[in-house]
Design a protein around this ligand. Structure first.
Ligand code: ATP
Length: 317
């Protein structure tokens, strides 16, 4: 569905050149739901704007829905939906009118456009507000209308730039559920950008982590978490004197790293902590070490980002 090679974009402002996107190679297969995750300024929107033909690349190539974004932008646009960071609806129109106009814009006849508008309003739980002026919608409703606008021509590939930015938690959850359903029921390929870690984790099957214009990790949320940082195993010891012996036990666990012991506490990171924990508890027991408690904490995508960059994505919010 998408294939880029060395996709690059530079901006020159007052003789200063910003390398917004520095050679991105990414393949997206039909039916995937991919999140581009990264801090503000990482280059996510610039990448999306190139993939949606809104911005020409400075170097490299991108094929989207079977066509080259530079050579055949019209063919690309015909096949994709693009929901930008605020698509700006026309105030003074009702929702169904706005959607019907969008359908006509895409070449549907009036009857088909009206029917498609009604279908989308229903799909996005907006039917009750169909006659409401766009200016009177809540943030979440407006964002869902943006999504409906991007879907009017039944694209097989949809790009969403920061879909839930600025929404309250309830509206965010609701919008994400619609995106998930769209992907699951209609088998639409979806690429979205986000700087919300939990959003990428909750909605995406695949997360492409972008920092400083480059891809620094790519995989399912679980793959990223287990490969990059591992689960955090923490054991509280009854006796502080056992710290040294406990450290020795942990050091012998395959794939264990970042072992720390002291203050009656042992901690280490390891792949698949749940599977390892019983063996660790037994080994500590055999070494005569008494435990107070033991727990395994799955890493978050923020741990992944921190491990990769030394910075927290949360600082960004
Ligand atoms: N039109 C432009 N002119 C000059 N610099 C730009 C332009 N658009 C983006 N940039 C710069 O390119 C870099 C990447 O910006 P981009 O908007 O792609 O990041 P992002 O990851 O999408 O961040 P955000 O979440 O804030 O949108 C930033 O340093 C930004 O200032």
């Amino acid at each position: 569905m998408i294939r880029t090679q060395n996709l690059t974009r530079r901006f020159t402002l007052k003789k200063e050149t910003v390398e917004a996107v520095r050679g991105i190679d990414v393949d997206v297969q039909p039916g995937e739901l991919v999140a581009f995750l990264g801090p503000n300024g990482a280059g996510k929107s610039t990448t999306l704007r190139m993939l949606t033909t809104l911005l020409p690349p400075s170097a490299g190539t991108a094929e989207v829905a079977g066509f080259d974004v530079v050579r055949d932008p019209v063919e690309v646009r015909r096949r994709i939906g693009h929901i930008g960071q605020g698509n700006g609806s026309l105030d003074g129109l009702r929702m169904n009118e706005e959607l019907t106009i969008q359908g006509r814009f895409h070449g549907l006849d009036r009857t088909t456009a009206r029917a498609r508008a009604a279908e989308l309003l229903d799909r996005l739980d907006l039917s009750e507000q169909a006659d409401r002026d766009v200016a009177r919608l809540s943030g979440g409703q407006r964002r869902r209308l943006d999504v409906a606008m991007g879907l009017i021509h039944r694209p097989r590939l949809v790009f969403l730039d920061e879909p839930s930015a600025g929404l309250d938690p309830h509206s965010r959850a609701n919008l994400l559920e619609h995106i998930r359903r769209l992907h699951r029921d209609d088998e639409v390929t979806i690429v979205l950008t986000t700087h919300y870690l939990d959003e990428a984790d909750a909605v995406a099957e695949r997360v492409v982590v972008i920092d400083n214009g480059r891809i620094i990790a790519d995989g399912t949320p679980d793959q990223l978490k287990s490969k990059v940082s591992g689960d955090l195993v923490t054991v509280a010891l009854a006796e502080n004197d056992d710290s040294g012996a406990a450290r020795d036990v942990a050091s012998r666990v395959p794939t264990a790293h970042d072992v720390e012991a002291g203050d009656s506490r042992l901690s280490f990171r390891v792949e698949n902590g749940d599977a390892v924990l019983p063996d660790v508890v037994r080994a500590l027991d055999s070494a005569g070490i008494t435990l107070r408690s033991a727990q395994v904490k799955r890493p978050t995508l923020d741990d992944v980002f921190l491990t990769l960059t030394g910075r927290s994505l949360r600082d960004d919010d």
